[in-house]
Design a protein around this ligand. Structure first.
Ligand SMILES: NC(=O)c1ccc[n+]([C@@H]2O[C@H](COP(=O)([O-])OP(=O)(O)OC[C@H]3O[C@@H](n4cnc5c(N)ncnc54)[C@H](O)[C@@H]3O)[C@@H](O)[C@H]2O)c1
Length: 337
C-alpha cells in the first residue's frame, strides 16, 4: 500500500513513517519544513534502512499536490501537516484557518481529482472543549475554546461532508490526547523550535540544562494533588494507531472519529516525578497561579479505538519519560536546524 504522509518530517509524522516502513508500506512525504528539518528524514531512512520519497512543498499548493498524486499515486493519505499552538492560534487566526482548514480542503480536493479515497486526519482532543463529563467519548459535545480547536473541528466537518457526498470515501479522524515520548533509538523525537508549549518537552529542556525551572500553573484544581490531569499517549503508540486506521479505512467508507489516548491520566507532579526517575535528578519547579483557559482534567475513553481499530496503547509512563530523556540528552539542541 502506498501512503502519502503530509507533514511527515514533523514529530508525529516521523514516528509514523517508521511504523509504516517496518510493515513494508511504501511512503512519500510532503512537507514545507516550516516546523521541521530534512535531517529528520535522513534519520528515518537510516533507522529503517528504507526508501522515503519526499517532496518539499506546501499542502495549500494545488499544483504541487497534483504532481505528488500523479507521481506517487497514493492509496491513502495521512494528513499531519498543520499548525498546533493554541496560544499562537489566538494571535494568528487567519493563518491557522488557512493552513489547517484551507490545507485540509486542498488535500481532499487533490485526492478527489486523483481518485484517492482514504484519508487519516490528525485531529485533537481540544475539539471537545470544557468537559461536561469525563472521560470524553467521541459523542461528547464539541465546543472548542481556541481557534486551533475550531480549525480542527472545521476540517473534521469538511472530511465528514466529503464522505457523505462520495460513497467510496473513507475519513478516519484521530483525536489525539497528549502525545509525548520518543522513538526507542533516541534518534528522533519532539524538537520545539521555540519555548516548548507542552509540559514534557519543557521538563526535558529543564533536565538537560537549557531552562532553569519548570513553572507549574495551578495547584488548587479539584484533583488529587491539585495540579492538572492529562491523558498522555506515547508517540509510538500513536504512530501505531495510524497503521490500524489505515486498515480500518480499507474496510470502511464514511467518516468516523476515534479518541487516541490511554484512558489513564497523570498529574503534572506525576510527570515531574517520573521524569526525575528517568534522568536521575530532581526537576526544579516553581508554583504559579492557574493559567486562563486551562482545564483541571482531561481523559480519553479509548474504547472505540480498541474495539473498532483493534488498537490499544501499550507504553507506560516510564516508557514515555525514559524515551524522552534518551532523545533529549542525546540531542540537547534537537536536530539543530
Ligand atoms: N503534537 C501534539 O501535541 C498534537 C496534538 C493533537 C493534534 N496534533 C496535530 O497533529 C499534526 C502533527 O503534529 P506534530 O506534533 O507532528 O507537529 P509538527 O509541527 O512537528 O509537524 C507538522 C509538520 O507539518 C509541516 N507543515 C506545517 N504546515 C505545512 C504546510 N502548510 N504544508 C506542508 N507541510 C506543513 C511542518 O513542517 C511539520 O513537519 C498537526 O496537524 C497537529 O495539529 C498534534
Amino acid at each position: 500500500m502506498r501512503v502519502l504522509v503530509t507533514g511527515g518530517a514533523g514529530y508525529l509524522g516521523s514516528h509514523t513513517l517508521l511504523e509504516l516502513m517496518a510493515l513494508n508500506y511504501e511512503v512519500c512525504v510532503l512537507d514545507n519544513y516550516s516546523n521541521a528539518t530534512p535531517e529528520v528524514l535522513s534519520r528515518v531512512r537510516s533507522l529503517s534502512n528504507g526508501t522515503v520519497t519526499d517532496y518539499t512543498g506546501d499542502v495549500r499548493d494545488d499544483a504541487m499536490l497534483d504532481r505528488v498524486m500523479a507521481e506517487f499515486r497514493p492509496d491513502a493519505v495521512i494528513h499531519f501537516a498543520g499548525l498546533k499552538a493554541v496560544g499562537e492560534s489566538a494571535e494568528k487566526p487567519l493563518y491557522y484557518y488557512d493552513v489547517n482548514v484551507g490545507g485540509t480542503l486542498a488535500v481532499v480536493r487533490a485526492m478527489e481529482r486523483a481518485g484517492c479515497n482514504r484519508i487519516i486526519f490528525s485531529s485533537s482532543a481540544t475539539v471537545y472543549g470544557e468537559p461536561t463529563y469525563l472521560p470524553y467519548d467521541e459523542a461528547h459535545p464539541t465546543t472548542p475554546k481556541s481557534v486551533y480547536g475550531q480549525s480542527k473541528l472545521m476540517a473534521e466537518r469538511i472530511l465528514t461532508d466529503w464522505t457523505v457526498a462520495n460513497g467510496a470515501a473513507s475519513a478516519v479522524i484521530l483525536r489525539y490526547f497528549n502525545p509525548v515520548g520518543a522513538h526507542i533509538s533516541g534518534q528522533i523525537g519532539e524538537d520545539p523550535s521555540d519555548i516548548p508549549n507542552n509540559l514534557m518537552p519543557y521538563i526535558a529542556q529543564v533536565a538537560v540544562g537549557k531552562r532553569d525551572v519548570l513553572t507549574i500553573f495551578g495547584d488548587d484544581y479539584d484533583t488529587p494533588d491539585g495540579t492538572g490531569l492529562r491523558d498522555y499517549i506515547h508517540v509510538v503508540d500513536l504512530a501505531r494507531a495510524h497503521v490500524a486506521a489505515l486498515g480500518y479505512a480499507v474496510r470502511h467508507t464514511g467518516a468516523r472519529p476515534f479518541n487516541i489516548g490511554t484512558g489513564q491520566s497523570y498529574s503534572v507532579r506525576d510527570i515531574v516525578a517520573a521524569f526525575g526517575r528517568a534522568c536521575g535528578a530532581e526537576i526544579p519547579v516553581r508554583q504559579a497561579p492557574r493559567r486562563v483557559g486551562d482545564i483541571a482534567a482531561m481523559q480519553a475513553d479509548a474504547g472505540r479505538a480498541m474495539r473498532e481499530l483493534n488498537w490499544k496503547a501499550t507504553h507506560t509512563l516510564d516508557d514515555m519519560t525514559v524515551s524522552t530523556w534518551k532523545w533529549q540528552s542525546g540531542n540537547p539542541d534537537g536536530y539543530t536546524r
